[in-house]
Write a protein that binds this ligand. Sequence first.
Ligand code: PHE
Length: 455
Amino acid sequence: MNEVSKKPRAIWGSKIAFILAATGSAIGLGNIWRFPMMVGRYGGAVFVLVYVLAVALIGFTVMLAELTIGRHTQKNPVGAFERIKPGTAWKAIGYLGVVTAVAILSYYAVIAGWAIGYVFKTAGGAFRDLGGAEAAAASASRAFDSFVADPLLVLVLLMGMIGMTAHIVSRGVREGIERWSKILMPLLFVIVVILAVRALTLPGARAGVSFYLKPDFSKLSGTVILFAVGQAFFSLSLGLGTMLTYGSYIRKSDNLVSSAAWVSFSDFLIAFLAGIIIFPTLFAIPGIAPEEGPALVFKVLPLIFSKIPLGQMFGLLFFLLLILAALTSTISILEVPVAYLVDEKKWSRRRAAWLVGGLAFLLGVPSALSSGGSALFTRLKIQDRMDFAFGSVSLAVGALLIAVFTGYIWKAKNAAQEIRLGAPRFRLEKAWSLAIKFLAPAVILIILIFKILKG
Ligand code: PHE
């Protein structure tokens, strides 16, 4: 046994420290990069509407379940299920989470690497003069396409992102995660609001606002629902055991219900505002399609920076904060396999963080090279496929299993008992029990079956 495993398990310094760290996990590229991409691809405002419902009804429900399992067991995702139902296959949920975490980290860090690259590009004045109207969108697009096609550069940035993550995770929960989240998330919020206001006041912003907020119900489909629910899990860091792991560090006296509500709401708010930046800008300065995909926000953001006083400074600050937002998310993703290896396999934190980080880097190479760096990987759309398989499907499967486990195996009333330790009244108990037993499993099952049938 090494010295790490003998130490008592770390606990968050306070409720607010936990909330900030959980918000830090939730808020990241999922809000700024993935949400607008999904809105653009899958129906605009109708997607937004389904997303809101998915966050409020299903995301919140599953988040409360994860936090509760974590706090009750004070364990990593594998150990937690083992503790509640020893000797059963339910701990497979934990293994699924560990694998999904490594896979998501691998391509997520690629996108975060792009943000690092954009810090340097913005600082170097690459977007200072984009030219007028159509020319602006075209030059922002070109700048992006040639940047991500440089294989060496994207790999170095990927390595940098994973290296920073592994470094922070190897130093432990308190010193690492708490400190970063505390100061920087509010600043990100302020910048996002400023950019959103500017985007709304661009001439021609109207068309973008209606694309984003005026639902066209003829675009509603199974696919839209599938991706909106999947996006809710991704953005709220659910389905792989992140919130479970963070929950395991919460004190018994803290209120899990208000914590889950706060994290869900603030996460939603940032994503919503990101859409307010992207779509009005995209329609006001034509040339980039809403369906653009992973490149969308990287092509559109420089346009808004070019339309605001001190745009270069705002751009620089924005990308710096985006990296930090991504970092508080990658930390929480890496924390899942690391907590497992430290708790169950008695590895040192350091060894776990660096070895899993190394694995994620290797796994991330094909994704990194799939935006032009390698013709083969680009043709196979590796990164997009990874995001679909792990960021949408795997998280939905994980969330389904967590809901079923909580509702029927552990039983909603036992979970409610744990919740009541810090929330004696728990007025939502009835509604939450129904949601975790029926609504969440039914909706997730239907979208997964729909997807399998549609192929
Ligand atoms: N929620 C994070 C984001 O939106 C990503 C994430 C997914 C983090 C899954 C942890 C677990 O950027």
